[in-house]
Design a protein around this ligand. Structure first.
Ligand SMILES: *Cc1c(COP(=O)(O)O)cnc(C)c1O
Length: 372
């Protein structure tokens, strides 16, 4: 079994092969420039990315988790405050809330889209609630109109976890532009992935922007003098240069993802008991992940892996049931839809460089499994 034949869940190698000259050239320019962290390239990328998101300002940080954490900090959310979010997400959403000292309060999700169920938010609001943190999971935006409406009525802040949905539109507007702050991740597997770690917090509020700029650098504005207690969360020049380069072809890369998703959905919609991803009419899906539902999930995953297709479960255990978060006090049965989904979901390989042969192999393997 050669490694070459395995269809990975995600792979960046053909991207690197196709663009290695430009990439190495950019790295060389950074190394020769004499400035490695928080320089001109970070500034350029902050401008380009915030403008891509349709907001005024961007602050490059060390990761998506830090973008969420710093967003909560500058909004004054911390110990004793509750943040309404979902358990059906990647752990970092919750890690960021806890890093700020706040308490996550989970609401259940919609069975068809996997996304935060806006109709469940209001009953979760208490006198301690300060913020709603929607997660635009797998690449599709949460229903932002009802969410923002609830936030306004109760005087809550909104911090969007956009880590999986860079560029996605809800009613024609990009994610990250609905709340006070939008947080993005440039972790290599993400829609816009760096060649290392990176993240960004975006906002149109100048005051929040200025504080985010300070907090990522020990609270310093003028040399060696801290205006307020801060942290170290910086984006480096290499990642910024590479991200700025990749941003130019981001929409094209997403079109490729959508094309693959379209083929999967067309070919698999009437196979076995598979339910293909649902996309609401008023928004776009970036297909960070292509996730199906089936009651034969375990057997299908084993079969695909035997056939050298790296199918994955995102995510096998909801955060509220993980040992690391048991102290929050949730129990099995508290979030029935989230828990039911965890037993039925399976993500098929999707990334812009996935070959036609690879796509066909995934489709025929899934079909073969259900023929048996
Ligand atoms: C990846 C991810 C994050 C965190 O991003 P990092 O850059 O890895 O810190 C946060 N939320 C979600 C939903 C993610 O998928």
């Amino acid at each position: 079994m050669s490694d070459m034949k395995i269809i990975k869940n995600w792979d960046y190698k053909d991207e690197y092969e196709a663009h290695s000259k430009e990439i190495l050239d950019l790295v060389d320019k950074v190394f020769s420039s004499g400035r490695l962290i928080l320089g001109r390239r970070v500034e350029e990328f902050e401008k380009a990315f915030s403008s891509y998101c349709g907001v005024d300002f961007g602050v490059g940080v060390n990761s998506g988790t830090d973008a969420l954490f710093l967003a909560l900090k500058v909004l004054g959310i911390g110990i004793g405050d509750e943040v309404i979010t979902v358990s059906n997400t990647a752990v970092p959403t919750i890690a960021a809330i806890r890093a700020a000292g706040a308490t996550p309060v989970f609401v259940d999700v919609e069975e068809d889209t996997f996304l935060m169920d806006a109709t469940k938010i209001e009953s979760a609001v208490t006198s301690k609630t300060k913020c709603i943190m929607p997660v635009h999971l797998f690449g599709q935006p949460v229903s932002m109109d009802p969410l923002v409406d609830i936030a306004k009525r109760h005087g809550l802040k909104v911090v969007e976890d956009c880590a999986q949905a860079t560029g996605a539109l809800y009613k024609g507007r990009k994610v990250g532009s609905f709340g006070e702050i939008g947080a993005f991740s440039f972790y290599p597997t993400k829609i816009l992935g760096a060649y290392g770690d990176g993240g960004m917090a975006v906002t149109s509020d100048k005051c929040l922007y200025e504080r985010l700029m300070r907090l990522r650098f020990y609270g310093i504005e003028k040399e060696y003098y801290s205006e307020e207690e801060g942290y170290n969360s910086r984006l480096d020049e290499i990642q910024a240069a590479l991200l700025n380069f990749k941003l130019k072809s981001l929409d094209e890369a997403v079109l490729k993802r959508r094309k693959i998703a379209e083929i999967y959905s067309k070919e698999l919609s009437s196979v076995g008991d598979i339910e293909i991803p649902v996309i609401r009419d008023d928004r776009t899906h970036q297909f960070y992940l292509y996730t199906i539902k089936t009651s034969y999930r375990g057997a299908l995953m084993t079969y695909l892996r035997e056939n050298e297709i790296e199918a994955r479960i995102n995510y096998p255990t909801p955060v509220h049931l993980m040992r690391g978060y048991r102290f929050l006090g949730y129990r099995e049965g508290d979030l029935p839809v989230t828990e039911r989904l965890a037993g039925r979901i399976l993500s098929l390989p999707i990334y812009q460089g996935l070959s036609v042969d690879g796509i066909e192999k995934v489709v025929s393997s899934v079909r073969n499994f259900f023929k048996k």
